[in-house]
Write a new protein. Structure first.
Length: 749
């Protein structure tokens, strides 16, 4: 690392720096606001300096408190860790710079910037740690910070802004009188749902440790006869352990069925949304899945246990988790389902940031799909590295254009004071710079060449197509169809977002009035600049726009950077020019042309109606969805998010009803009844015993003692005559008895 400094400073600087934020705030508020950017900027420079370290032995640091637990702290500098470290630190730095202006008027910036910097430090701890247990600590740091940041505005007392196109919420648990209550609910929901996955993940980590004897990735990746891989595979618990760990990834990355927390996470400030979606949190689940893909391939050597143990393996073996192929099938299926499911949800959402949240879920599904496809290809004796590379490239490209989209949307919300696109419209005339960078991000999201999303997402579709062609299992074609349909939905909701937000006439009075009680200005006063009370929408200031320019530039020219990433990620020895040429020509090769043409067809299927409805006819009322019929039912189904939230609430309600029924019918009537009857019986018995004790035992004893006393008193009273002759007679009688006894004893008598 630079200047020969200890490598662990990359982790210590942001985590320790977060503790200094409130202290700096006591001396200078402006310096406090820039402290996260300064500390993360230093960590970013150190992360970039790690590129020459890729492939070198892991760096180990002995800390007494770690050694006392029998653990070893070390940092891992392979291609995946370094790329993720560079991505996370760079995006965090840009988001922190953006935040200095966006959150400038908030009174609780100490808490905000403390959590933001700790958030970034947790991500770096995860991706750069060689020790799985310490990586899990970074994982949990992010969970804690996300809870605090999503519910950051928990003190807002105004009513929540109502969605003009939303459905009436009938669940009393989800009806909020104050916006602060909704924000608290969103943070709590994110915390609880992700904790479900984390609990499973911790169990998988401990189960893995039982057989590996180590938490180090570098040791787990070593192949050999009789190693932990063979032991766990032969014992039939290899896949359960991997699936438990993958459950953590499902929760953190919002994969089905635990994707329900991410849309509500938009309740937090926009920099928080960008941080969660682009740089940290959701990418953590993708990272841990990719890390275990690399670990599995390394530990299994030539893939002996990735493929089924024999060509004639049975369904029972597959269900019994005797082949790691099962794990990758599950990963790919979950990724494919998430990609298409959440993409359809984004097609009908009305909240600006929530549309981007659904797109994040869909793109995360693509990433998980690529990793699952890579494992399946490896199991079928096809190289996994390029499918794995496509997932890594999409992590990088998505991180850039999704940060761009979220920060740009924050600029829109910042000035129009509403989060619903149906209240916007006509903004391209007033926000020209934001309009341009937003288009760049949207085209990258949709996968339009030559923007970054095209090269990464199209390569995922390409290798999914390769799997479908070469794999005898028809599931390969199902995964390919999912990826194509998700691409069509993506371009549709992307054009819908741009059309409603920036084209057509302005909707309502949200652009020029601050009087409504349900707008963003009432909800988040810190999002306004109160110095001049702008009456018309406008582009944000330099601190917010400069990060957008940087991200937009990378999104435009990322294809020039991807060859370098390919050289780093999979050790490609070809030159930059050769790799770039192959990237382009691959689309027109016999193997790459069919999926490329199919993808273009999917883009046309989704893009043409999206353009016609929302951009070309932006000034006309949208009559595509009628008041009744199949289209309305489909719209309502998607608006309710496939009724998954309602399903969870139904299950929870049934559980609560069951608990109430158990309390009334079983606990109150039976269990408590038995208790009460037993107590009554015990009381009755004790009453009888007490009566017997009082009246019989005590009465008998008292009667005897009373009669004895009375008898003794009577007999003694009769002997006490008071006459001297009587007393002398008694004495003489006694002396006579004594004399008689003496004579008997002497034998005289």
């Amino acid at each position: 690392m630079l200047f020969g400094l200890p490598y662990y400073l990359i982790l210590v600087i942001p985590l320790a720096g977060s503790l200094l934020v409130p202290l700096v705030g006591r001396f200078s508020e402006k310096l406090r606001d820039w402290t996260p950017a300064i500390f993360m900027g230093i960590a970013m420079v150190f992360c970039w300096s790690l590129i020459p370290e890729i492939g070198h032995p892991t760096q180990t640091t002995s800390w007494v408190w770690v050694a006392a637990l029998g653990l070893e702290f070390s940092m891992l500098f392979d291609a995946l860790s370094v790329i993720m470290g560079i991505l996370a630190s760079t995006l965090c730095f840009l988001i922190y710079v953006y935040s200095t202006e966006y959150i400038a008027d908030d009174e609780d910036r100490n808490r905000f910037f403390f959590l933001m910097l700790a958030f970034g430090g947790g991500m770096l701890t995860l991706v750069l740690s060689n020790n799985l247990l310490i990586a899990f600590i970074g994982w949990e740091i992010m969970g804690f910070c996300s809870y605090g940041l999503i519910g950051f505005w928990n003190d807002k007392r105004n009513p929540p802004e109502e969605d003009p196109t939303g459905y009436e919420q009938t669940n009393p648990l989800l009806q909020f009188e104050k916006e602060g209550d909704y924000n608290s609910y969103a943070g709590t929901k994110a915390f609880i749902v992700t904790r479900i996955g984390d609990a499973f993940m911790l169990g998988g980590i401990l189960l893995l440790f039982m057989f590996t004897g180590s938490f180090l990735f570098s040791e787990m990746s070593v192949a050999g006869d009789g190693n932990w891989w063979d032991l766990m595979a032969n014992a039939g618990i290899l896949i359960p352990a991997l699936l438990l760990i993958f459950m953590g990834a499902i929760g953190k990355s919002g994969q089905a069925p635990l994707q329900v927390w991410l849309p509500e996470a938009m309740a937090g400030p926009t920099p928080v949304s960008a941080l969660i979606h682009a740089a940290t949190m959701v990418k953590a689940g993708v990272y841990i899945t990719a890390r275990f893909l690399v670990t599995i391939v390394g530990a299994s050597g030539i893939g002996a246990h990735i493929a089924p143990p024999s060509t004639g393996f049975t369904a029972a073996q597959l269900i019994g988790f005797e082949a790691a192929l099962t794990f990758f099938i599950i990963v790919a299926v979950i990724g494919g389902i998430t990609a298409i499911m959440t993409a359809t949800m984004g097609m009908v959402s009305n909240e600006l940031k929530q549309i981007l949240a659904f797109s994040t879920l869909s793109q995360l599904g693509y990433m998980i799909l690529s990793l699952g496809v890579g494992g399946i290809l490896q199991a079928n004796h096809l190289h996994y590295d390029h499918a794995y590379l496509s997932g890594v490239l999409h992590v990088v490209s998505h991180g850039a254009f999704k940060a761009l989209l979220f920060l740009a949307s924050g600029g829109v919300i910042h000035v129009v004071h509403t989060k619903y696109i149906s209240k916007m419209g006509g903004l391209r005339k007033h926000m020209r710079k934001t309009f341009i960078v937003m288009w760049i991000g949207v085209l990258a999201l949709a996968g339009i060449p030559p923007f970054s999303g095209f090269w990464s997402k199209d390569s995922i579709i390409e290798y999914t197509y390769e799997l479908a062609v070469h794999w005898t299992n028809p599931l390969g074609w199902v995964l390919f169809i999912f990826s194509i349909l998700a691409a069509a939905c993506t371009i549709f909701y992307s054009l819908r977002l741009m059309g409603i937000t920036f084209y057509g006439p302005p909707q309502g009075e949200s652009h020029d009035s601050h009087d409504t009680h349900d707008d963003e200005s009432e909800s988040h006063e810190e999002e306004e600049h109160h110095d001049d009370h702008h009456q018309t929408p406008h582009d944000p200031g330099p601190a917010m726009m400069v990060p957008l320019y940087i991200l937009a530039t990378f999104t435009l020219f990322a294809f020039l950077v991807f060859p370098f990433i390919q050289q780093i990620a999979i050790g490609d020895t070809h030159t930059w020019a050769e790799i770039l040429t192959e990237m382009i020509t691959m689309k027109f090769s016999p193997a790459g042309l069919p999926p490329f043409l199919i993808t273009l067809g999917a883009l046309a299927v989704g893009g043409i109606p999206g353009y016609i409805i929302y951009i070309r006819n932006a000034d006309k009322p949208n009559t595509v969805i009628g008041e009744k019929g199949f289209s309305r039912k489909t719209y309502n189904f998607l608006k309710h998010r496939w009724y998954i939230n309602e399903g969870y609430h139904w299950i929870l309600r049934k559980f609560l009803n069951f608990a109430e029924m158990w309390r009334v019918r079983v606990d109150d009537k039976i269990i408590d009844g038995i208790d009460f009857k037993s107590a009554d019986a015990a009381i009755a018995i004790s009453t009888k015993v007490r009566w017997f004790d009082d009246n019989v035992v005590d009465g008998f004893a008292e009667s005897i003692s009373t009669q004895s006393v009375k008898a003794s008193e009577t007999s003694l009273a009769e002997t006490q005559t008071g006459r001297i002759n009587d007393y002398v007679s008694v004495v003489i009688f006694g002396i006579g008895i004594l004399v008689l006894l003496a004579l008997v004893s002497l034998g005289v008598i």
